[in-house]
Design a protein around this ligand. Structure first.
Ligand SMILES: [Cu+2]
Length: 135
């Protein structure tokens, strides 16, 4: 009786030990999957523009229709933003691009002509506007 009781505790302990060994292995696998998700390289539909006082360059960019990663790099000396407009509708935006920083936004676009604009007061009128053509 006593011996059997002892053995069942031993078995439970063995099971707990096994679980203790399996769990760290699983979490290791999970974290490996997490890093594996990062895209290897720039996607096909990538558009990169530069922001400065007071221009968006290049002035005209084009991309294929579909999922597009829009990246704005601020090479100027004050903060800017980037809004993608179609007509008077805002399609996507990067609220702030700090000096020396690059920020990205992903957006799915159909064929058409879009405007890339910095909407900070006065910046559009000063020249911070460019055209994105999607085909
Ligand atoms: Cu600006």
């Amino acid at each position: 009786m006593f011996r059997q009781h002892g053995r069942s505790i031993g078995r439970r302990a063995a099971r707990a030990l096994a679980a203790g060994l399996v769990l760290p292995a699983l979490s290791l696998l999970a974290s490996a999957c997490g890093t594996g998700k990062a895209p290897a390289g720039r996607p096909a539909g990538a558009v990169e523009i530069q922001l400065k006082e007071f221009a968006i360059e290049p002035k005209v960019v084009s991309a294929g229709a579909g999922e597009i990663t829009l990246t704005a790099r601020n090479v100027g000396s004050t903060e800017h933003n980037l809004v993608l407009e179609q007509g008077d509708r805002s399609v996507a935006e990067i609220p702030v691009v700090g000096v020396g920083k690059a920020e990205s936004v992903q957006v799915k676009l159909g064929p058409g002509t879009y405007a890339l604009v910095c909407t900070l007061p006065g910046h559009r009128d000063a020249g911070m506007v460019a055209t994105l053509t999607v085909q």
